[in-house]
Design a protein around this ligand. Sequence first.
Ligand SMILES: *Cc1c(COP(=O)(O)O)cnc(C)c1O
Length: 369
Amino acid sequence: MIPKRRSTKPDKVIIARFMSEEEIAIPATASVKLDRAALVANWNALNEMSGKAKAGAAVKANGYGLGARDVVRHLLDAGCDDFFVANWQEAREIEDLTAGKASVSVLNGVRDADMSFALQSSAKPVLNSLDQVNRWQSSNRPCDIMINSGMNRLGLNVADLNLELFAGMSIDLAMSHLASADEDGPQNGEQLAAYTAGLDLVPHQRTSLANSAGIALGSEYHFDLTRPGLALYGGIQRPELAAVIRQVAMPQAEILQVRTLHIDDKLGYNARYVAKQEHPVAILAMGYADGYLRGFSDRGIFRHEGRELPVLGRVSMDLIAIDLTSAPDLKEGDWVDCDYDLLAASAQSGLSQYELITGLGSRLSRYWV
Ligand SMILES: *Cc1c(COP(=O)(O)O)cnc(C)c1O
């Protein structure tokens, strides 16, 4: 017998709430402006730098926080054919865009718990362990193989590889991942050698080693397919990339209040800033809950039409104070741009470029121009 529902009332209340939320727009108080032309130019530049190899795109972590679906749409239009996500939820998120159009690889591989979804998905797992190989072997479905060339994160050890292991499997990419491509030490060469040795022991259609920084290491590292992530979104991990990579994401916030500080007035939590002279400040609708972390306290920079507006005192959860000395005309309701060039912002805040881009909070509305 189907249990009788207690009441239909709660549903009605919920529906009414949704409807009214749809009818009355609430404009954002802080957002991230995303530059489609810059994203596409970055992919084209990385594809060019990849020489004979084709560039794919890492779109894991919701397209490094920018919105995987929009990133995938723009990169499909640009000609990108290969996407990399971390898990099957992320594969499902873009499946209607990629199915039949592009290859999607799931970097974390496949667990037992993923099998029912994975077996009917158009994405393929990157098999990282012997258990994962066994799990996938009888499926007769395509997969990729990750070779551990020395990072010792995910991947099959070269010593465990042999051609029989993969009997009957349809392997597209035999890949590996560089641990220190942003540095010039010996590890890159060691990993290149280990990966190359591993390739003889994995039947495959295509090869792939380089992430963004790896692309700048030169043609020996390019193989058939490169896998840039960070650089697509404006990150610069090696000086060779500085000339070609453009900023993609620019946070912006509305001014909620303008006030004048007088000599010796204290500002913000713990009074980290004390005014030495009279000057105007603005309070912005953004804070560390939006990913603008406290490392930017006293260091971050906002701008309005080129005028520099330094962050004063501690960044709060939802609010930031900036100096309006150079822009005393600004008032409540005006918007200012956050200096979020990833290389510079990383130096300012002590956070990595990866943390800066993936950390932009979900409270910030995102819009593409
Ligand atoms: C994240 C990731 C990439 C992209 O790396 P970036 O440094 O962001 O370019 C490529 N390959 C694998 C296996 C990854 O996990």
